[in-house]
Design a protein around this ligand. Structure first.
Ligand code: FES
Length: 415
């Protein structure tokens, strides 16, 4: 049995409905005829519980950046749903992911990120290597036992040969990387990450994503379901009313579709129209971009939990996870090329840019919280989608429905 496996044998009536294709009939229609996802998807605890297993557990979730485990011995602690995981780079430079739990009596091994050669349990001192092997279990014969204590503490199980440390290593989690991002898949059986990403690696092959460093982070606790956070990112219909300042930077009429195959929605602003009165984005550009990339910003919402703003000179990400049905925890991170950090004068500019994105994000936080409040209305049953602007929302909501129905479909891109 896999960790976190669960049973659907005792579903109640509403839970059964959430697994019935008929429940989603109106959202499955073509976008120009479709109605938005059922309101219960955003407000029902039963839906949230099913979604945790059927969607989150079986997806590739982004948990951070390869740069957080840059050196052998680096271990970073991340939360995925209600699980804590450790991402570790071992001495051979391989990166691993493990559940953050001791195989003995279940202690949470690390409370924060660290640098070490052995992960030592704070309870009875079992020690694990960074590739997950149990190295020592004190007072199990032959394992870390001081010779003078051997007789006194000899463990009968070990003496009789039924305790084998090879059977008690850290519990592994499937991990893969792309573009400097770390992804985990708890179920272990999602389609390969390269299929999940679709054509994104080709589309961003000229960007030095793997070299970027995390330089700024803001944290937000949002009183809204995670899907509202994601959906808000993928449409620009709301820009003139919610983001008047952003329209000076990322012009409403300069938005275009940018959609290939893969578990993502994409759009871009090209050309990027920066008003110096609003914000200065004048950091040195990444080298190697083509002419279009050098004057464009790309907005990628990679299902289910990371939004990427790919600028010519920095990367902004929104990395989020649901804490409860209507609570989402989010990081907004800024990453730049290390060469930018060589000039100390750029620090002030980084602060200035981050302040602007914080302003924009707080506007988004405010509006998605109001959507959440509206969705608690017993009268609202869903609304019609605006074809011109909300096709990405339709694409995303159908990805959600696919996962709820157990369909492992990866949508195609534009012809
Ligand atoms: Fe970890 Fe006992 S719980 S060594």
């Amino acid at each position: 049995m896999k960790a976190n496996s669960y049973s659907e044998d005792h579903l109640n009536g509403s839970e059964c409905a959430y697994l019935d294709p008929e429940t989603y009939r109106l959202t499955r229609l073509p976008v120009d005829k479709a109605t938005t996802l059922i309101p219960d998807a955003y407000r029902s605890d039963d839906f949230h519980q099913l979604e945790a297993q059927r969607l989150w557990h079986r997806s590739w979730q982004c948990v951070g950046y390869v740069s957080q485990v840059r050196e052998p011995g680096d271990v970073t602690v991340v939360s995925v749903g209600h699980d804590s995981l450790m991402i570790a780079r071992d001495k051979t430079n391989e990166i691993h992911a493990f559940y953050n739990v001791c195989r003995h009596r279940g202690v949470k091994l690390l409370s924060k990120s660290t640098h070490c050669s052995v992960i030592r349990c704070p309870y009875h001192s079992w020690g694990y290597s960074l590739d997950g092997r149990l190295l020592g279990a004190p007072y199990f014969q032959g394992l870390d036992v001081p010779p003078q204590a051997l007789e006194r503490f000899r463990n009968r199980a070990e003496a009789e040969g039924d305790f084998c440390k090879e059977d008690h290593g850290l519990l592994p989690v499937r991990l893969d990387t792309w573009g400097g991002l770390l992804f985990v898949n708890l179920s272990g059986d999602a389609r390969p990450l390269e299929e999940w990403l679709g054509d994104l690696p080709q589309r961003f092959c000229r960007y030095p994503l793997e070299e970027l460093q995390l330089v700024r982070r803001k944290e937000y606790k949002i009183a809204a379901n995670w899907k509202l956070v994601a959906e808000n990112f993928m449409e620009y219909y709301h820009l003139p009313t919610v983001h008047p300042e952003l329209c000076n930077v990322s012009g409403f009429d300069n938005h275009h579709r940018f959609q290939g195959p893969g578990m993502y929605t994409g759009m871009c602003t090209s050309p990027l129209t920066v008003d110096p009165e609003t914000v200065r984005l004048d950091l040195p550009a990444f080298s190697g971009l083509n002419a279009t990339e050098a004057e464009s910003v790309y907005f990628i919402m990679l299902f289910p939990n990371i939004a990427l703003w790919v600028f010519p000179n920095h990367l902004l990400t929104l990395l989020f996870r649901p804490e409860h049905t209507a609570i989402t925890l989010e990081h907004m991170d800024m990453l730049v090329h290390p060469s930018i950090l060589e000039d100390p004068d750029n620090e002030e500019q980084l602060d200035h840019i981050m302040e602007f994105w914080d302003l924009v994000n707080l506007q988004d936080v405010d509006i998605v919280q109001r959507v959440q409040q509206g969705l608690t209305s017993s009268a609202y049953q869903g609304g019609r989608m605006c074809y011109e602007f909300e096709e990405p929302v339709h694409r995303f909501q159908n990805m959600v429905i696919d996962r709820m129905l157990g369909i492992e479909h990866i949508p195609p891109g534009d012809a």
